[in-house]
Design a protein around this ligand. Sequence first.
Ligand code: MLT
Length: 262
Amino acid sequence: MNVNIGDISLQVAQRGAGKPLVLVHGFPLDHTMWAAQMAALSSTHLVLAPDLRGFGASGVTSGTLTMEQYADDLAALLDAMQIREPVTFCSLSMGGYVAWQFVARHRPRLARLILCDTRAAADTPDAAAGRLKTAERVLAEGAQVVADAMLPKLFAPQNLARNADYVQATREVILRTPPEGIAAALRGMAQRKDVTSQLATIDVPTLVLCGEHDGISPPAEMRQIAAAIPGAEYVEIADAGHMAPLENPLAVNAKIASFMAN
Ligand code: MLT
């Protein structure tokens, strides 16, 4: 469904009933990356999987989109949908960068946190400069620039080598993403702050999941994130890279279900 949140409308897939679980996709993807989680977890939960501003079928704004803006969009989405019960906020990678801002700015709306394959560190100056250059290239040449650059990094080598169905599907999602949305997110990620010092203040039950072959947010880094969040549980997902929920949905779903049942 489409939900108006002021200046734009966001597309959100909604399924099931029960305690709310919000699934926030990574860059430069959309809610379809969570199809297996939606199918499995909607038997016990109200599952909401939005497309962030500039992605999927949501409205696009150009310029720079900060992680704070995406977090505020999601709070506005919950308002517009009249979801007042605190949510489990489950996110992957850039979705995790949004999660840090959701915790900081909308803590009363939060019951639990699930962080998949994400980072707390800011970009290095070189990485940030690279993102700004890529933003310009995407605007000039199209989404294929990021599809070609990112696809090989998203999946575990063995899953890429066997060209699993989801590899091609992910490429198609990236190619459909509006260049303005990709560029705005790249600029926003380039200027995001290091949140490492915020981790110790997180006071909701937290689950940290990481694909064992994740090269973008590697297990060693995610283990440190989990160690810094009071009481957080860390779980490594076998046979998966950065896209653990797509690559090993059975393991991810089982872990999320048991985390939410406690
Ligand atoms: C993602 O999967 O969202 C991206 O890898 C995040 C990033 O580029 O830092």
